[in-house]
Design a protein around this ligand. Sequence first.
Ligand code: FES
Ligand code: FES
Length: 134
Amino acid sequence: GGNSMSYNKKILDHYENPRNVGSLDKNDPNVGTGLVGAPSCGDVMKLQIKVNDKGVIEDAKFKTFGCGSAIASSSLLTEMIKGKAIKDATQIKNTQIVKELSLPPVKIHCSVLAEDAIKAAIHDYQSKQSKSNN
Ligand code: FES
Ligand code: FES
């Protein structure tokens, strides 16, 4: 439980003004799509990345059907990964999101969803690339 006073300003800001909401063309060979769910609460997060020929994430979009912390986590994540090389984006840990947003213990799985989503998006991108190189 807990009321809204237990959430810090940064969560509320990302919740009220989420960054990079939307979709990218999933048929674009340079776009990777990650779709993940949290079994414990049923929330779903879709994260898409567009990677340029230098292996840098030049765009990221998300849609999250879930709680405020999941939305804030995905919004923050898109800001963290834009401009990053995919090999660095794979290193992102949910604990960085927990720290940045001061997520309470019951909301830690929301940040895990964000970490799972970026890993899934990168995996999708890489499997598309290996197919198109055949
Ligand atoms: Fe998933 Fe918050 S419990 S919406
Ligand atoms: Fe489940 Fe936030 S409560 S993702």
